[in-house]
Design a protein around this ligand. Sequence first.
Ligand SMILES: [Zn+2]
Ligand SMILES: [Zn+2]
Length: 270
Amino acid sequence: MYSADFHTHSLCSPDGSFPMERMALAAMEAGLQEICFTDHWDLLDYRGNFCFTYDWNPVRAQFAEAVARCGEKIRIRFGIELGEAPESFESADRGLQAAPELDFVICSIHNMGSAYHGGKDFYFSDYKKNLELCFEHLDLYFPKLLSCAAWGNFDALGHLTYPLRYMRDRDGQKVTFDRYAAQIDELFRTLAGRGKALELNVNRGGDISEQLAIFRHYKACGGEFVTVGSDAHKPEHVGKSIREGYELLREAGFRYVTRYEKRKPEQIKL
Ligand SMILES: [Zn+2]
Ligand SMILES: [Zn+2]
């Protein structure tokens, strides 16, 4: 079936180092029909600096090279992973408006926000001996997601379980989202009501089994649109576990996966 990776990074991301052309070649090698580049624009970067404007030109140049080299063999889409939008929704709106060619926008929260010790990505916290710190941070996380959903200038909400990558998978805390069930319910109903997608981030081939309950919940809240992305920052991760992601969505009751072009969803049969 049709396979598309709708979350990838190139050297246009601070944590990426491969040209888009190299990533597009990897997508072809992985047997994909489509790749969407979603490099980072974090309004608050991982060092706690505000970045309220974005220079699209280096991304455009990379994109043009990838299209020139591979565009006849694979569909290549122009996207962005917009992080920390609640720092300034106005700036986010302005920045997105400056790139009318955008196919797809992921909205992500990676950071506790500037009001919390000047801003800190979840990645930089040591959760090993501190379960309470996990909840202190999650207490900040969910209201940010809700404010993003209310704002709405994006296509998919990115990697809901991002904080768990560090709290649980890296630092071993047995933390769950159970105490946030009401907020997640409200979040899913808002996303579904506004026709937004929930992203299944397969995290470069990591364990996705817990996502089944999340996507069942999203479906029960009326969610229709779902995107799948590897979050690859390296060629070897492009397309990794996309098909397993499709399988999980089928199991969760979805009949379609969503791709975007010029920010319009198209449903692809699973
Ligand atoms: Zn992210
Ligand atoms: Zn990403």
